[in-house]
Design a protein. Structure first.
Length: 119
């Protein structure tokens, strides 16, 4: 089992910045991907960004150039630096963790943290 603890959400004005963190604990396999998804009211959960244990990243087009994902493998922690925030970035942000063993993926979600961008 893997537990995910998120922190760093809050209220910020448009154009501002926030940093989210997500720490994973438990039995963690070396091959894994950590990431962030978000869900706004009335909308489906969508991918924001992911980063593999090898450091490869993937971003949604809507956040490219504004958000940066990074990770500290020693701490099993992923960070999301969000700059130039827009009202449309307001959502509950969920940390996601997937690790693989013998070709099988195991998927986990954090509890979510609210990000609200005011105009």
């Amino acid at each position: 089992q893997v537990q995910l603890v998120e922190s760093g959400g809050g209220l910020v004005q448009a154009g501002g910045s926030l940093r989210l963190s997500c720490a994973a604990s438990g039995t963690i396999f070396n091959s894994n991907t950590m990431g962030w998804y978000r869900q706004a009211p009335g909308k489906q959960r969508e991918l924001v960004t992911t980063i593999t244990s090898g450091g490869s990243t993937n971003y949604a087009d809507s956040v490219k150039g504004r958000f940066t994902i990074s990770r500290d493998n020693g701490k099993n922690t992923v960070y999301l630096q969000m700059n130039s925030l827009k009202a449309e970035d307001s959502a509950v942000y969920y940390c996601n963790f997937i690790h693989y063993r013998y070709g099988v993926g195991y998927n986990y979600w954090g509890q979510g943290t609210q990000v609200t961008v005011s105009t």
